[in-house]
Design a protein around this ligand. Structure first.
Ligand SMILES: Cc1ncc(COP(=O)(O)O)c(C=O)c1O
Length: 371
């Protein structure tokens, strides 16, 4: 049996009773769009994250896009983020007409290097967009201090960090506004697309309710230009159920990460580092090795599949050449993209499967390291 980097089948088998019953209740309720489940899930998820308001939308990408629009970000503005992220972090900025401006990462955590932020702040900078990548948070104390000094907004990209904690604060609760994804592979993942924006600001909340619903303030009356980006009732009902298991999923991810740490401690892989102050939720277990591609090819021979997040930094992609960056601009990002890969990690990965991954890696590394 192949060992995939992520797999939902065992989780689905365990939870399918709950899932079917949630779906059935929605279908029998007569409300498919913006009913009690979306409202309930918004309240429950925002409470989980210690934030006042939540607005369910159709994806993490839209959560970022609409959050930026709610902050009045548009053409002429600059938003600072990283090139070492998922494309949607950057595409959401570009979709508003604003310009993404990148800083490099810290090489051992792969997170935004906050010490570089002040170098790229200009008159046009409106917002800092830290990405809590792989399951741990960027140093939000430093970001808040810099944002305060320059009067900037902060949008947290929490697509990979549901439940992560930085100095006792939950991911998504440390800024003006935050964006989550419920894409299937995520720590809280649905059975299709979905996302949510969280904020403590009532004005932003009201604006977000309009932006996701054709700009409407009341039925058939648009107060402003808006979009159709609704989380639907069926997905909200499934996610409400899964939210009750979220802490269990996170504990299991932490156990697996701990076991990988111990079992691979003597290997030549560079293992993930947790930044001080963080409680990591291990969306991904990211390792590093200069012969990454050889290792991946050998693992594939053994029916073990890993993931590279991300093999290409965004600033060198053809889709983002117009931003004016070139190879060499972000050395730590570029080097990491050539060396990192993530091992199978999901709550229903068994210890036996994990042992096969580790034994296979040991065998492969013994060969590759002495070539
Ligand atoms: C860091 C990051 N931001 C944003 C997104 C976008 O989320 P979605 O796929 O739900 O649009 C993702 C997911 O791929 C992500 O990993």
């Amino acid at each position: 049996m192949p060992i995939k980097v992520w797999d939902y089948i065992k989780e689905y088998e365990k939870e399918k009773g709950e899932i079917y019953s949630a779906i059935q209740k929605v279908l029998e309720s007569g409300y498919l769009i913006l009913g009690d489940n979306v409202k309930g899930f918004e309240e429950e998820f925002s409470r989980y994250c210690n934030v006042k308001f939540g607005v369910g939308v159709n994806s993490g990408t839209d959560a970022l896009f609409l959050a930026l629009l709610a902050l009045d970000i548009g053409p002429q503005d600059e938003v600072i983020t990283v090139s070492n992220t998922a494309v949607p972090t950057v595409s959401a900025i570009v979709s508003t007409g604003a310009k993404p401006v990148f800083v490099d990462i810290v090489p051992d955590t792969y997170l935004m290097d906050t010490s570089k932020l002040e170098d790229v702040i200009t008159e046009k900078t409106k917002c800092i967009l830290p990405v809590h990548l792989f399951g741990q948070c960027v140093n939000m104390d430093e970001i808040r201090q810099i944002a305060g000094k320059y009067g900037l907004k902060i949008l947290e990209d929490c697509a990979q960090s549901h439940g992560a904690i930085f100095n006792d604060e939950k991911a998504g609760s440390m800024s003006d506004i935050s964006a989550f994804s419920f894409y299937p592979t995520k720590i809280l993942g649905g059975y299709g697309d979905g996302g949510m924006v969280l904020t403590n600001d009532e004005k932003l909340y009201e604006k977000l309710l309009r932006l996701r619903f054709y700009g409407m303030e009341k039925t058939y009356y648009a107060k402003e230009h808006g979009y159709n980006s609704r989380l639907d009732e069926i997905h909200a009902s499934i996610l409400r159920g899964k939210l009750t298991h979220l802490d269990e999923y996170i504990s299991r991810r932490r156990i697996l990460a701990n076991q990988y740490d111990k079992l691979l401690n003597e290997s030549t892989l560079t293992l993930p580092k947790t930044m001080p102050g963080n409680k990591h939720v291990y969306y991904l277990y990211v390792c590093r090795h200069p012969k990454r591609d050889e290792i991946i090819a050998e693992l594939k021979q053994k029916d073990i599949f890993v993931n590279i997040s991300y093999p290409w930094p965004i600033h060198i992609m053809t889709g983002y050449q117009h931003l004016g960056y070139k190879e060499g601009d972000f050395p730590h990002t570029e080097k990491a993209s050539k060396e990192i890969f993530s091992l199978p990690m999901y709550p229903f990965l068994t210890d036996a499967q994990q042992n096969i991954v580790v034994e296979s890696l040991d065998e492969i590394l013994a060969k590759i390291d002495f070539k």
